[in-house]
Design a protein around this ligand. Structure first.
Ligand code: ITT
Length: 220
């Protein structure tokens, strides 16, 4: 590892998201760490009113606590016929402690008989530095809520999110196929377009670590 390569932590506890973000950033000149590379840190309260608020909270808090730049993703499924729900509450839809299968089964039940099945996945990516400032990228992916679950890949609501251009649910697509069109893939693609500037910006914002020569010591 050289000093030239920037270290960034991906601030998520969701292993599905982590796998997608790692896959999307694998060719970037940045050394990616996950929260598992650090000791436990206190949980962030995701009580913001928007995806944007929550993404910033997660990124800024993690960067401040760990002292390294952090990338966080806040995302969710917005269903038109349900007035935008589960939206920012997607991870907790139906209450804490439910599995992904129980959550999307509840969604299918709430959509039973509903003709309007329009839905969109939304994603906000926030990259924050320990002193607070952050960059933000956002994107959506339009689709429909399927009548029943299908597919084994992905995570969360993927088995019930039907993506018409592929004639498949997200869970029937591979991670690379999904990332080409998904909310997360598109948001990270936006970041990629100006990645050199992102790196420059992060370096400018990071506190300079002074190095001292140790007089008389054999090695420091
Ligand atoms: P972190 O906050 O630790 O990142 P989380 O799962 O709690 O993990 P969010 O608060 O952003 O993350 O909630 C996002 C939820 O939206 C996620 O748990 C899924 O249920 C759903 N979701 C987001 N993106 C998805 C995707 O690509 N496929 C399926 N479901 C997705």
């Amino acid at each position: 590892m050289t000093d030239d390569i920037l270290t960034m932590v991906i601030a998520t506890h969701n292993t599905g998201k982590l796998a997608e973000i790692r896959n999307l950033l694998k060719d970037y000149p940045v050394y990616l760490k996950s929260l598992l590379d650090f000791g436990p840190i206190p949980p962030v309260e995701e009580d913001g009113a928007t995806f944007d608020d929550n993404a910033y909270k997660k990124a800024a808090f993690t960067a401040r606590v760990l002292g390294v730049p952090a990338l966080a993703d806040d995302s969710g499924l917005v269903v038109e016929a349900l007035g935008g729900e589960p939206g920012i509450h997607s991870a907790r839809y139906g209450g804490d402690g439910l599995t992904d299968i129980e959550r999307y089964t509840l969604l299918l039940r709430n959509m039973k008989g509903q003709k309007n099945r329009k839905a969109a996945f939304c994603c906000v990516i926030s990259i924050a530095v320990p002193t607070g400032p952050a960059l933000t990228y956002e994107a959506r992916c339009e689709g429909r809520i399927a009548e029943s679950a299908s597919g084994e890949n992905g995570f969360g609501y993927d088995p019930v999110f039907f993506y018409p251009p592929a004639n498949q649910t997200f869970a029937e697509m591979s991670i690379s196929e999904k990332s080409l069109v998904s909310h997360r893939g598109k948001a990270l693609k936006e970041m990629q377009k100006e990645f050199d500037n992102v790196i420059r910006w992060i370096r400018q914002q990071m506190p300079v670590q002074e190095k001292f020569k140790c007089e008389g010591a054999i090695s420091c």
